[in-house]
Design a protein around this ligand. Structure first.
Ligand code: DC
Length: 215
């Protein structure tokens, strides 16, 4: 396994923009684990399964062919039954059900295995909720991005998305399997009043003395 930079945190804490930019500055690949949970949620709903019934979710997952990898531009992808779910991943239906689906242990197992495979022979910046605590507990490079609830709500609204982030965060933090939490050895970065560049520079400043130079 190569280097894994884990970027965890609640919804709209700035993880995606920061992680993507960080990966570019480091010459690492970027992996968004939330996309995988969203893709599986989309498939569970497409099959008409009841997202409130864990056994129905697990059965729908077992019927789906889930493939992950990197395309020619080193962008990670997830295909369900050989198709990319695309923009549907941000549908309000997916937003409303993804916390339920991602709380199902079978779903977490499949995604966790895929994430570990993706990092097997590449240096990655991976964002999510449990990357530092469960998926790669051994990585010394763990960050937890946070921002005030008000600022996070405003960020989502500015993206034009209908997303009940408070409800999602509550469910993600209180579920039994791999809840959202700050890994004991993670560095917490409050992004509330920082620009994107400010957050990325702060993280790069921590990584440099740890032997991870930016390009
Ligand atoms: O990062 P995001 O908002 O796109 O993630 C969508 C949902 O996926 C999030 O509400 C909870 C789940 N998720 C998770 O349980 N574990 C992860 N590592 C990433 C996302």
């Amino acid at each position: 396994m190569r280097h894994v930079i884990a970027i965890d945190g609640p919804a709209a804490s700035g993880k995606s923009t920061v992680s993507r930019q960080l990966a570019r500055r480091l010459g690492f690949v970027y992996v968004n684990s939330g996309t995988m949970y969203r893709a599986i949620t989309w498939e569970v709903l497409r099959q008409g399964a009841n997202a409130h019934a864990p056994e129905e979710v697990a059965a729908a997952l077992a019927r789906a062919d889930v493939t992950c990898g990197f395309d020619a531009d080193n962008e990670s992808f997830i295909h369900i039954n050989k198709k990319a779910p695309g923009a549907a991943l941000r549908d309000s239906q997916v937003n409303d059900h993804v916390s339920l689906v991602s709380a199902v242990p079978e779903v977490r197992r499949v995604v966790c295995d895929r994430l570990r495979l993706l990092a097997r022979d590449r240096d990655v910046v991976m964002e999510g909720r449990d990357i530092g605590s469960i998926v790669f507990p051994g990585t010394p490079f763990k960050f937890y991005l946070d921002a005030s609830p008000e600022i996070r709500r405003r960020r989502r609204a500015a993206e034009g998305q209908s997303d009940a982030i408070d409800a999602r965060d509550k469910m993600d933090a209180t579920r039994k399997a791999a809840p959202l939490k700050i890994a004991g050895d993670a560095r917490v970065v409050d992004t509330s009043h920082l620009t994107l560049e400010g957050v990325v520079d702060a993280i790069l400043g921590i990584l440099r003395p740890l032997g991870i130079p930016s390009q």
